[in-house]
Design a binder for this molecule. Structure first.
Ligand code: PMV
Length: 308
């Protein structure tokens, strides 16, 4: 029996979320502890099997509108519009938490369909197809998620430019915590656009400020200056708060992390819920921060080591 397989992973934005939409640089890390796999099997009908829906793809709920669009686009591109198969999606990436779930599902599914038909897939085609899904999910995506969810290495990313991969020469640890609240990237991006119209001077200054923080982050990651990196994360959180991207849950977990010994902490991803990050230079403090965050109602935490 013919089959196809595709895989992608989660991501964390270390610096530059939202400002990346305005052509400032961002740094994103592949987060391989959470993954999505898509398997394609032969079938007489075009169907999907995932947490949101089991049945015909055309009967999918609204959450799968982007998946439906990307499958149609892939079949059109491959000249296979009348083909049918079963799409099985299995994921450990928390949905709508700023960890790149929608982009990873798109990337894994595109790769699986190409594999099923035995056609080789180049990075540019995969990115363009994944952006079809991201545009439906996010409105005006920078492309960062579509790139980093299939990247083996950290990315320094500027919209519409070829992303640069780099190695982290640092011994830091990040505690990643899920607030348990759904992030609302599309609405947060739209609200910042509105603020930008109302107060262009201040918002533009903060967007450029976040871009500078990203450039300094890259430098400190390659020189192992974790204290300075922590300070940048705190400054980034202040800007994101003033921009209206944070919320009270994220603010609370960020300040609890700093009180528990983090060198710095900030939200990650689209905001208005989702996840936050805290930086430390040793695994013991990371464990302590993680335990404190769990006692403070975080839904789940992960430990991410910069060392490969
Ligand atoms: O998918 P999320 O929630 O990680 O958000 C993506 C990051 C944004 O900068 C807010 C949007 C974008 O398209 O880059």
């Amino acid at each position: 029996m013919k089959s196809g397989f595709g895989k992608a992973h989660g991501k964390i934005i270390l610096m530059g979320e939202h400002s990346v939409v305005y052509a400032q640089p961002a740094i994103a890390l592949p987060f391989k502890q959470v993954t999505v796999t898509t398997t394609i099997n032969e079938s007489d009908v075009l169907s999907v099997d995932c947490i949101y829906h089991k049945g015909l793809l055309k009967d999918s709920p609204k959450q799968l509108e982007n998946l439906q669009a990307v499958v149609e686009a892939v079949l059109l591109k491959l000249n296979k519009v009348d083909e049918t198969f079963r799409i099985i999606i299995e994921s450990t990436i928390p949905q709508e938490r700023g960890m790149g779930s929608s982009a990873a599902v798109a990337n894994a599914t595109i790769a699986a369909i190409y594999d099923y038909f035995g056609v080789s897939l180049d990075a540019k085609t995969q990115f363009e197809l994944a952006q079809i899904s991201e545009t439906i999910a996010h409105g005006n995506p920078s492309g960062l998620d579509a790139q980093v969810t299939v990247s083996a290495k950290p990315l320094y990313f500027i919209k519409d430019q070829i992303p640069e991969t780099f190695d982290i020469m640092s011994r830091g640890y990040l505690v990643i915590a899920d607030t348990g609240e759904k992030g609302q990237t599309r609405l947060a991006v739209a609200s910042l656009q509105e603020k930008h119209k109302q107060n262009p001077g201040r918002v533009e200054a903060m967007i450029k400020g976040l871009g500078s923080l990203t450039n300094n982050t890259k430098e400190y990651l390659t020189t192992n200056n974790l204290e300075a990196l922590g300070a940048l994360m705190n400054t980034s959180q202040s800007y994101l708060r003033e921009m209206g991207i944070s919320n009270s849950t994220l603010d609370r977990l960020v300040s609890i992390s700093v009180q528990s010994g983090a060198l710095g902490a900030k939200l990650t991803g689209g905001g208005w819920g989702g996840c936050m990050l805290a930086l430390t230079d040793n695994p013991q403090t990371a464990m302590k921060i993680s335990e404190t965050l769990m006692r403070s109602n975080a839904r789940q935490t992960w430990l991410y080591s910069f060392a490969p």
